[in-house]
Design a protein around this ligand. Structure first.
Ligand code: HEM
Length: 384
């Protein structure tokens, strides 16, 4: 890769330090402080990804409504003896999921579903602790400069919101229809991905990686292209969450046709017609297929543009990785559908979505912190 150290760059007229993305504020952080701060962010991203996986298992094993109250501190203590278990089970039995769907459930079956929801909530709490304790220590030691402080403040705000959102989602399943709202599930998933993305971005800010040297045109093009692919990816993830939230992956388990047609059967039967895109199971699944195809084509198009343009040669590997991962995810989605959502496949499909977000953000970050190529002016012809 054609790279050069920022420190070796000649000063370029008209370029303020803010133009270099993270350069200005990160350079003020001593090297010895950067590494622990960076690790802190990586741990945050890793824990968020783990919580997301366990959240996926919780949903797919239909365990998410087993703990029917929200007690952020006291709730850390699980049932410890028979009497506690009987009490937790009795509380669960008062809610529609037990009454309408699982009236035959035994205590040992209840313990299994309780396990996943409990683990999911405990991981959520662990993330809180993994941020709070280092935050206090770094603060006392003076590691947190203003911009870093604001970034961590944002993470705390998002984390708190996610805790509330999780409960808001669970509470939607404790009413008459024992299934959580697909919109709240989507908000919960997108918020988790935002927290993961922020940790990753801030961690990347703190990396002492060599900077790419890019022309202004390449930088602008690549930024725009990745923002477009990223926006498509987030919209696709939103529809994926709708598919998951509505259990729409359990119907029409054929590909590429749906009941022999390219269009969703009875896909426009709800009124008003637009609501079909969000609430009609067949249409929601169809949208997810359609957007997946658009996303895959945009990933391939970006790769082709990179390959054909010598000034973008540096990005060939990144482009191939991004397009390749989208293709893998496409295949995984098909397998998930054909298997009537086998748990392992469903979880892998969710995890690869997160990995694509990670690759795209790291790719974009490299572009945002690139340094401008010095402009080489053609020399005027000499007359001897
Ligand atoms: C290529 C880009 C794709 C992305 C980024 C993507 C992303 C996602 C996401 C984030 C979810 C929600 C997972 C969860 O909350 O647990 C999901 C669910 C789902 N996706 Fe995709 N998907 C893609 C392609 C596909 C394709 C091509 C198919 C099938 C034709 C598919 C089928 C499904 C199914 C059946 C579910 C529901 C799984 C469940 O109930 O857990 N996906 N997708």
């Amino acid at each position: 890769m054609a790279t050069q150290e920022l420190g070796q760059q000649p000063a370029i007229a008209g370029l303020e330090s803010g133009d270099l993305g993270a350069a200005s504020w990160v350079d003020e952080i001593p090297d010895a402080h950067r590494r622990p701060l960076r690790r802190w962010m990586w741990v945050g991203a890793g824990l968020t990804a783990s919580t997301l996986v366990v959240g996926g298992i919780t949903r797919l094993t239909e365990s998410g409504l087993s703990i029917v109250d929200w007690a952020p501190i006291v709730g850390s203590i699980p049932p410890l003896n028979d009497a506690d278990w009987q009490e937790a089970f009795a509380r669960y039995q008062q809610y529609p999921e037990y009454v309408k769907i699982r009236p035959d459930m035994t205590l040992s079956e209840f313990k299994q579903i309780y396990f996943w929801e409990y683990l999911h909530r405990m991981l959520g709490r662990l993330i809180g602790v993994a941020f709070l304790i280092p935050f206090i220590l770094f603060w006392i030691r003076g590691y947190l400069t203003g911009p870093m402080f604001r970034r961590v403040g944002l993470l705390f705000a998002l984390g708190g919101l996610q805790g509330l959102m999780g409960w808001y989602m669970v509470s939607s399943g404790l009413v008459d229809r024992p299934d959580v709202s697909q919109y709240r599930l989507a908000a919960h998933l997108l918020l988790a991905i935002t927290i993961f993305g922020c940790c990753l971005w801030f961690g990347n800010d703190l990396l002492d990686r060599q900077r790419l040297q890019l022309s202004a045109a390449s930088r602008t093009f690549m930024t725009r292209a990745l923002v477009v692919v990223g926006a498509l990816l987030m919209i696709q993830i939103f529809w994926g969450a709708l598919v998951a939230g509505l259990n729409a992956g359990f119907i029409l388990n054929t590909f590429p046709l749906m009941n022999g047609s390219l269009l969703p059967p009875q896909g426009w039967s709800h009124d008003p017609v637009l609501i079909n895109l969000f609430e009609n199971l067949a249409t929601v699944q169809w949208m997810h297929r359609l957007l997946a195809t658009v996303l895959l084509l945009s990933g391939i198009a970006l790769l082709l543009i990179i390959r054909r343009n010598p000034s973008l040669a540096t990005f060939q590997r990144w482009g191939a990785l991004l397009a390749g991962m989208i293709a893998v995810q496409y295949g995984l989605g098909i397998l998930t559908l054909l298997s009537h959502v086998r748990i392992g496949l469903g979880v892998a499909h969710q995890l690869v979505a997160l990995a694509i977000v990670g690759v795209l953000l790291t790719f974009l970050h490299q572009i945002r912190r690139s340094t401008p190529e010095p402009i080489v002016r053609a020399s005027s012809p000499r007359h001897s």
